[in-house]
Write a protein that binds this ligand. Structure first.
Ligand code: UD1
Ligand code: UDP
Length: 386
């Protein structure tokens, strides 16, 4: 007798949750017991489509909810209404969400209201500060309250969940699927769509890669960080500062006026994932407030200066590849100068470490789902960094 396949509805909406769910979707697609339904909220539009193209994923449903400068409340309202209709129509056996975005929290809430089990990928990251990152820290905690199975990327994340009385049997340490995505996309030889990037690599320029977008950094903190980059760009004229600017107009309105006129700073549109990780692999130094970039940089042996007050990803800070520098202009320039001037300080930071994953997180996630649905007696062996 043929068993009916379990229907897994994967809900995604922004660039990072889609990058991290993509390898899991690809793994689930191959599995004989699972059928995937791809649901895009499209909280992001262009930045989501870029990721879907790279991984060859087509949404079965697309809510297309992005609006310029949309408020969190409106985003939440539009997302929950749209998702409820889809869940009623598709009746999945489980909903999978990833990380800490509005799509993540609202996706889990919509599933809970329809009594559908929820799997949370990248569970257990915490700063214990509800204002940092905002609103992601609370999105994560709320999603943890709802989820039935928690895919913790690291043992630190598992410990945080245990402290919140999540039963140990509901947690699996998988590693972070961003490392699976990275391994899928990094190439030894790579041709960039922007010719300037090819030139910089050929000329053996030092590339300093930048990204910034966090809500809690909007306004004064982001202005300070951009001023710091301006100072650095003026001092290190032979180096190239590559800044793919997030599409949020609130971010662009700060970045372009401060950095737009410098010859060695190139402000470009968000890069497709393949271009971005391959420029990261060829960069000298990374300055970012991104969550995902903090995980990818260490895996590539690239020093990362994190433009935040706190991080929910302490592992690479402990390993020494990532440094939390905050948003004060002087602290950013001083930390960057040390790495740009002092090769010994640079060498100490630039060692490849993989506290976040070994490239097998998607396999472990799918094995944990097999166990959850009773297809297998064994849970996967947990990820441990080497
Ligand atoms: C969202 C997530 C954040 C994540 C980030 C990744 C929430 C609350 N925030 O923040 O956790 O780190 O994505 O990038 O879920 N926009 C476009 N085109 C796009 C994407 C965005 O024009 O493809 C513009 C729109 O004006 C949109 C605005 O950016 O309204 C903000 O997008 P939103 O998803 O609300 O927040 P992010 O800051 O991108
Ligand atoms: N990224 C990308 N193109 C870019 C900048 C970033 O593909 O121009 C990728 C990056 O490799 C990482 C992810 O986007 O995997 C991080 O997304 P973002 O910084 O927007 O969100 P966060 O991780 O902070 O939630």
């Amino acid at each position: 007798m043929r068993t009916q396949k379990k229907k897994i509805a994967v809900i995604f909406g922004t660039r990072p949750d889609t990058i991290k769910l993509a390898p899991i979707i690809l793994e689930l697609r191959k599995h004989p017991h699972f059928r995937v339904v791809n649901i895009a909220t499209a909280q992001h539009r262009q930045m989501l489509d870029q990721v879907l193209d790279v991984f060859g994923i087509k949404p079965d449903f697309d809510l297309n909810i992005m609006e310029p400068k949309q408020s969190l409340a409106k985003l939440t309202k539009n997302t929950i209404a749209g998702l409820d209709d889809i869940l009623v129509e598709t009746k999945p056996d489980m909903v999978l969400v990833q990380g800490d975005t509005t799509t993540t929290f609202v996706g889990s809430l919509a599933a809970f209201y329809r009594q559908i089990p929820v799997g949370h990928v990248e569970a257990g990251l915490r700063t214990q500060d509800k204002a940092n990152p905002f609103p992601e820290e609370i999105n994560r905690r709320l999603t943890s309250c709802i989820a039935d199975i928690h895919f913790a990327p690291t043992s630190t994340a598992k410990r945080a969940l245990l402290k919140e009385h999540i039963p140990a049997g509901h947690i699996v340490v998988t590693g972070n699927s961003v490392i699976d995505a990275l391994r899928y996309s990094i190439k030894k030889v790579y041709r960039f769509s922007d010719h300037r990037l090819n030139e910089y690599v050929q000329e053996k320029r030092r590339i300093i890669l930048l990204t910034m977008h966090r809500r809690e950094n909007w306004g004064t903190p982001m202005i300070g960080a951009c001023e710091a980059v301006r100072t650095l760009a003026n001092r290190y004229q032979d180096d190239r500062f590559v800044f793919p600017v997030h599409l949020n107009p609130i971010v662009r309105d700060v970045v372009y006026p401060i950095l737009g006129d410098l010859k060695n700073v190139i402000l470009i549109e968000p890069l497709p994932y393949g271009d971005f990780v391959n420029v990261m692999a060829r960069s000298y130094l990374i300055l970012t407030d991104s969550g995902g970039v903090q995980e990818e940089g260490p895996s590539l042996g690239k020093p990362v200066l994190v433009l935040r007050k706190v991080t929910e990803r302490p592992e690479a800070v402990q390993f020494g590849t990532v440094k939390l520098v905050g948003l004060e202009q002087k602290k950013i320039t001083s930390a960057a100068k040390t790495l740009l001037d002092n090769s010994e300080a640079y060498r100490r930071m630039a060692s490849a470490t993989n506290p976040y994953g070994d490239g097998h997180a998607s396999r472990r996630t799918v094995q944990a789902l097999e166990h959850f649905f009773g297809y297998s007696k064994k849970k996967p062996s947990e990820f441990r960094p080497r």
